[in-house]
Design a protein around this ligand. Sequence first.
Ligand code: GDP
Length: 204
Amino acid sequence: FHIFSSAYVRAAVNRSQYVNDGKKEIAFIGRSNVGKSSLINSLCGRKKLAFVSREPGKTRTINYYAIQSRRMENEEEVRQDWYLVDLPGYGFAKTSQQNKDSWSAFIADYLEHSPSLQMIGLLIDLRHPGLPIDMKAYEWLRSIAPSLQIIGTKGDKLKRNELVKNKKLLEKYFPGDFPPIAYSALTGEGREELLKVIEGKICD
Ligand code: GDP
């Protein structure tokens, strides 16, 4: 399963701008600065598809990327068209209660009106498993997401034994449909594993 094309489509700020053309969607969400843009770029094999480290909290948009992937089925190449959806991050320091409420209302509205959404990847910094803000997001998303995949980010920043330990903690704190994946946008660790999970959702 290989992503061979990716292109920015649009940034939605309200319901009338959701794509909804029947193609499947895979969304990613996480605390601001968790490494979401880097993961999207790494997954698509692009340098600047998603903008890395834009100033947090400035614009709150749902970004759609049109993805084309391919895989072999019975010795034939089969292509898939789908959307990768970059959901706005949560938890930047200056966020007011009002901002928090509008963030969850925005995400809830997207979830409610996106029948083609297959899975949400929830990104957690592997160095900080179990932060209250991530646990809260998890508890909430688990009840409304079609399926949830935990992805530990910045894996290359940990020593091997710490990585193993923290991955276990992710499993404990965030029990999900699939075991957590340890990812590094820098080394590509976890990329094949995540692509396999996405393949399962896109090709079933
Ligand atoms: P976002 O706000 O969630 O989109 O996070 P970004 O992708 O902009 O990443 C935030 C910061 O973490 C940037 O300085 C990235 O270079 C860094 N970063 C993201 N992913 C990784 C990773 O896998 N390894 C390392 N070492 N740094 C990363």
